[in-house]
Design a protein around this ligand. Structure first.
Ligand SMILES: [Zn+2]
Length: 433
């Protein structure tokens, strides 16, 4: 069994928790000093750093949420000057307010190290060749996986997303052993291989894949593995943490959450911790993050944490599958989409009524998004050419805002269902079985 940092990865729980409490208290004291935002939060509930002596005390600190990031756009929550930063990533957020995250050199190192531990735990080493199909650029997926892979000494092919035929060509021509992408893109590659008569087992050296960026199910994984002979490991993270950060080990039974880097709470709706293994809201405190620290950040995902010893020998708790979101954010082909973004685009066109419906499907496990929206009575178009032209205009504007393509369908006034009270705008028919 190989480890990246054996001593820390196999440290007993009591020692890990003592280390966490120590790091929490240091981080709280530092943040109280340097962050006006955080000091204000502490003061709002009458706390000073000296009051935080236990995990229970720590739970008195109010949560941070996405709306705090939005309210402090772009960099109001950074606690280091740009001189000390080496990288910025930007992810999509609600209308007009993406999330901007910054990194010091230490932040990039800790991020890469977190991935290097996880990659080693799933059996990767310097012998591996990684084809990284995550998007490079503002999205954290591409560069995150890239740096982690290089740190373990693997060879990286920074191919990024798209151009599937070239992806498949290079899979055959180069000794690629690990493919990284969103689950839906991995399925798409497998489909195109089938259609073009390429056998992943015979024509490539691919034996492992890392899937992240969107939810999928255990049965989807089993199907993919049976079909391709490639073992798939889950990856979880968020740009607010650093990026993709936690991976499954060879046991494929939950993702090790490195307790010296991240203190993860799982809470019920009243904010109390649930027993180990039970589902609840994920709340994250990053213990060593420098430029843009997170203290009790409610990410919006729901899952459970298992502290039972893993068969791989690692003692750090395992995060089980994400089973839902607590807000209205949708993840479509790995991209965060908020219905409010779509609503604001619709609002830009006087020809459209505010009635719309978003329908999500996933034929062949590839997400598709249909946006139906009504014309107003006054602006009904007479001929098809006009309708088509207008549809293209709305589609292109949506693509600009969402960064993914939506299938826009304009419908007659009064077609879409009316709701009393809160409208139900999203129909999610995606099937992960
Ligand atoms: Zn393990």
């Amino acid at each position: 069994m190989e480890f990246w940092e054996e001593e820390i990865e196999t440290m007993p729980r009591e020692q890990l928790e003592a280390m966490q409490l120590d790091l929490i208290r240091k981080k709280v004291a530092e943040m109280y000093e340097v962050s006006e935002f955080f000091r204000g939060r502490m003061q709002s509930v009458g706390l000073t750093p000296e009051d935080i002596q236990s995990f229970e005390d720590f739970r008195k600190i109010p949560f941070m949420t996405k709306s705090d990031l939005r309210d402090n756009y772009p960099d109001g929550l950074f606690v280091r000057p740009y001189d000390e930063l080496v990288r910025i990533h930007v992810s999509s957020g609600t209308t007009g307010r993406p999330t901007v995250v910054g990194y010091t050199r230490t932040d990039v190192d800790n991020w890469s190290n977190s991935l290097a531990r996880g990659m080693t735990s799933l059996g990767m080493s310097s012998k591996d060749f990684v084809q990284n199909s995550h998007g490079y650029g503002l999205f954290t997926g591409g560069l995150g996986i890239h740096y982690g892979s290089e740190l373990v000494g693997a060879t990286v092919l920074p191919i990024s997303t798209g151009n599937t035929s070239r992806q498949i060509q290079l899979l055959q021509d180069l000794p690629v052993s690990v493919l990284v992408g969103t689950p839906s893109y991995l399925f798409h590659i497998a489909d195109v291989c089938d259609q073009t008569g390429v056998s992943i087992q015979k024509d490539t050296k691919l034996r492992r894949a890392i899937a992240g960026g969107e939810p999928w199910s255990e049965s989807m994984r089993q199907k993919f593995q049976q079909r391709t002979g490639v073992k798939v490991f889950n990856c979880y993270g968020a740009s607010e943490f650093y990026g993709p950060m936690f991976l499954e080990c060879e046991a494929q039974d939950g993702l090790h959450v490195w307790a010296d880097l991240c203190y993860m709470e799982i809470l019920d709706d009243e904010g109390n911790p649930v027993p180990d293994g039970e589902r609840g809201q994920i709340v994250v405190t990053m213990l060593k993050k420098e430029a843009f620290p997170l203290i009790r950040y409610k990410i919006g995902d729901i899952s459970s944490l298992e502290w039972t010893r893993c068969s791989c020998g690692r003692t750090h708790p395992r995060l089980m599958r994400i089973s839902g979101r607590s807000d209205d954010m949708l993840v479509v082909r790995g991209v965060n989409v908020f219905p409010s973004q779509i609503e604001s685009v619709i609002g830009e066109f006087p020809e459209l009524s505010p009635f719309y419906r978003i329908t999500l499907t996933n034929p062949n496990y590839m997400d598709e998004m249909i946006v139906e929206v009504e014309f107003t009575e006054e602006s009904l178009k007479e001929d098809t050419a006009q309708v088509n032209q207008f549809t293209r205009k709305v589609s292109s504007r949506l693509k600009d805002i969402l960064n993914i393509k939506a299938d826009v369908r304009l419908v007659l006034p009064g077609t879409l269902e009316r709701f009393e009270g809160k409208a139900k705008h999203v129909v999610d028919n995606r099937n992960y079985d």
